[in-house]
Design a protein around this ligand. Structure first.
Ligand code: FAD
Ligand code: EPU
Length: 339
């Protein structure tokens, strides 16, 4: 039996802790339930929203129609060779629990992505990334169901068109598929990525002599816990904006005026600038506006001090965007999905 609720609060289902109502919420626990829902025409007869952990959404109004929560569970080793193991995780698995599962077995490649909230199924949506690693680095393929026909389609790495916080699922095929499972190609002989300065510092502080994926995961968890607000304590959806990429000529001009500007080269002639730095320079860091504001330790994160409306957070985000554009001539973009 499919678990269904009507006129229900979505507050427990979004890490921003925004109070909105859904007309109807359905919990999907088996593929058969999902197929049945597709056959019933639920995705062609009116508005719908697919939800994982609700850690990258901002609700600005009540959600009309159907909300479908991905609760598909299961992790399975598909095959292995001397170097790699192919692991399939169902979309409703909690991302960090899947990371811990991999670390326990010494399967490497996703340890730098420890403690990112949300589900496995949402991870390819924006090609989640942190500390020098993105899921595209270990991604093999995913299975998704066509919401019109119910047909199962396999998307390869190239099909997904991964970019920085981008994929085909946020663009060309937005709203057309339900990501049911993701298969990763993990390393049996881990290759460590500790290039991110802060990781090395923490490894030294922790007195780590011999690198392991567990040691890197612990370091990442320590860094994240020290600067990112815990949604269980203060509502947020992580970085609210993306780090913008600008031309090197624009960057060099800014650097003359603002020698402390933070940026690093990405592709030839392009520099990615730390949006947190831009926002902080505009005076927003730690500033509270009503029940929202920019976090005191990480300006890129907008928070809910309690009872805020999504619309207020959205308005603050627009004001911040404008002040960054006015001061630096840079148009920053929202990372969070505005619903
Ligand atoms: P949701 O918020 O539920 O959904 C996000 C979007 O994906 C929505 O548009 C939804 O409709 C769609 N969607 C969800 N599941 C499916 C599915 N199965 N099929 C089709 N569409 C789907 N992100 C990073 O990349 N790096 C970070 O370091 C990072 N740090 C964070 C720290 C904090 C404290 C928080 C709160 C968030 C952070 N995030 C980070 C953002 C967030 O964790 C990721 O974007 C995560 O992948 C969202 O997963 P979710 O299950 O919560 O997705
Ligand atoms: N900075 C400031 N002021 C601030 C925040 C940052 O000046 O208030 C500057 C600092 O100089 C710092 C630099 O910005 O050195 C980078 O900051 P940080 O290492 O915290 O990373 P970020 O660029 O702000 C990105 C991701 C995070 C990810 C971290 C670690 C984006 C939009 N955000 O943040 O992802 O965890 O790197 O790799 O790319 C998310 O997507 O939700 C998210 C949290």
């Amino acid at each position: 039996m499919m678990q269904e609720e009507t006129h229900i609060s979505l507050k427990p289902y979004n890490t921003f802790g925004i109070e909105v109502q859904a007309d109807k919420l359905v919990h999907i626990q088996t593929l058969e339930q999902l197929k049945e829902l597709i056959r019933s025409g639920a995705f062609t007869s009116g508005p719908f929203l697919i939800l994982g952990g609700g850690s990258n959404v901002l609700f600005t109004k009540d959600v009309k129609g159907l909300v479908v929560r991905n609760e598909l569970k299961g992790i399975e080793v598909l095959r292995e060779d001397d170097s790699y193991v192919w692991v399939k995780a169902m979309g409703g698995e909690v991302w960090h629990e899947f990371v811990l599962w991999s670390i326990e077995r010494n399967f490497g490649g996703i340890e730098n992505l420890s403690l990112i909230p949300g589900t496995v199924g949402a991870a390819p949506m924006q090609n989640i990334g942190a500390y020098g690693v993105e899921i595209k680095d270990t991604f093999d393929s995913l299975e998704a169901l066509d919401l019109k026909t119910g047909a199962l389609k396999v998307f390869s790495q190239t099909d997904c068109k991964f970019g920085y916080r981008e994929s085909i699922f946020k663009n060309e095929v937005k709203g057309s598929y339900f990501i049911a499972s993701v298969t990763f190609k993990l390393h049996k002989h881990p290759v460590f990525n500790n290039s991110y300065g802060a990781i090395q510092q923490v490894l030294e502080q922790n007195g780590v002599k011999e690198l392991s994926i567990k040691a890197i995961s612990d370091a990442v968890i320590a860094i994240r816990s020290s600067k990112l607000p815990n949604p269980a304590v203060i509502g947020n959806a992580g970085s609210f904006f993306k780090n913008p990429e600008i031309d090197i000529t624009h960057f060099n001009t800014l650097k003359e005026q603002y020698p402390s500007i933070v940026g690093y080269p990405t592709s030839p002639g392009k520099i990615k600038v730390a949006a947190g730095w831009l926002i902080e320079q505009c005076g927003w860091k730690g500033k509270r506006v009503g029940n929202t504001g920019s976090h005191k330790d990480q300006a890129l994160v907008l928070v809910n001090y309690g009872g805020v409306k999504g619309e207020e957070v959205y308005q603050l985000a627009e004001t911040i965007k404008k002040s960054v554009a006015d001061k630096f001539g840079i148009h920053i973009q929202t990372e969070v999905n505005i619903i």
